[in-house]
Design a protein around this ligand. Sequence first.
Ligand code: SF4
Ligand SMILES: [Zn+2]
Length: 341
Amino acid sequence: MAKPGKGKRFDARPHKRTRAITWSEDELLDGKVVRAHVLLIQTRGCSWSKSSGGCKMCGYSQDSYPGVDDSLIEAQFASGMEKYKGEPVVKIFNSGSFLDPAEIGADVRQLIVSKIAECGARRLIVESRPEFVTSEAVADLTGFDGMKVWVAMGLESSSDLVRERCVAKGFSFADFKKAADLLADLGVGCKTYLLLKPPYLTEREGVADALSSIADSAEISGEVSVNPMNVQAWTEVEMLWKRREYRTPWLWSVVEVLKVGSTKTDARLISAPTAGGKPRGAHNCGECDERVLKAISKFSLSGDVSMLDGLDCACKDEWKAAMELGDLAFSTVDAKRFHNW
Ligand code: SF4
Ligand SMILES: [Zn+2]
């Protein structure tokens, strides 16, 4: 047995970070593909995760660290902006809520937003749970010449039943709508994250849930991101996945949701499957994954649904069977992995 500190599990434990993790990626802004500067800032962690154990699919608590105070958050932000090269879009991820004062103090939050505006960014995207979207917090995101702030919120599903039983999100659709309305009233953008195929739903139910959620959030979101499930460490979803009782969605399901979903909303629809093509992310047979992922990315950066046309592979029939058989069997078991056990 490995001694504490020498085993893999101990190596993977979070440590206090003094520098933000950064990268650059493509983003669509005013109809043009531009670069976005992304900062991943470590905080004390998501309040919902600390008070309730968190959402069933979320392993972000593994990335937080209890001793991270506001001065360290400021230092991480400053280090992350050293690599800023004038990208028109800046995204801040903090594995929780940017607007939660227990995670990021109001003073540091104000400083971060105003510094980004001073740098000349035209769009800033941050993330929050709806309960932290208050008039006071949102006021800090407004009044910048040339820069609009967007708040991304994880609705996951517009069904209260699915969100509560399959995700354990801890807020209602009405709570989400109230926050979205407040953002709209104050001129802040609202981006909605939807979770494709929460646990305990069959493939067909997952697709149907995502489509009805796209339609239900059409009125309140300027942008909807369809996030296919990815299996994160130390989560309930990982436990099911390891027991072969859960399969991440097929990429064909993502394509179906984007194609049909485009007819249900005027909001910008996008998807960037985390761990796409891998067993822990949305995947097909292995032969066609790269091609399908490329088409999804092209669609997300253009909004042109024809980018998803003409995709085919022998595994499409297997996906169609999975769409029907899961319901017939009343089961979400990953039958193929069980068969190959
Ligand atoms: S998904 Fe968001 S709200 Fe849920 S536990 Fe993770 S960080 Fe918190
Ligand atoms: Zn295939």
